[in-house]
Write a protein of this length. Structure first.
Length: 93
């Protein structure tokens, strides 16, 4: 919460926003807390999500080697040539 307050106070100072007393305007903790509650759904989308348990376990070296051995076996079984294998990247596009 302190980082949010600091950033907003810097923005106010940079723009020269003055309060009713003639001083530079500042954001208080309660204002920042209410702002974060109002924008809770938007803020949740910005948080990074950890890898799922199964996806993290998929990064096992032996599993990857087994996958490509199966892929090679299938290519040989159905006679798929290397020049017929394209667009084969991690995104699937």
């Amino acid at each position: 919460m302190g980082d949010v307050i600091e950033c907003l106070n810097r923005l106010l100072a940079f723009n020269g926003i003055i309060n009713k007393n003639g001083d530079l305007a500042t954001v208080l903790y309660r204002w920042a807390e209410r702002w974060m509650l109002r924008h809770k759904l938007w803020l949740q989308t910005l948080k990074s999500k950890p890898l799922l348990y199964l996806r993290r376990n998929a990064h096992n070296r032996q599993d990857i080697l087994d996958h490509f051995a199966d892929f090679k076996r299938c290519k040989e079984k159905w006679g798929i040539l290397d020049n017929n294998t394209y667009n084969f990247d991690e995104t699937g596009c």
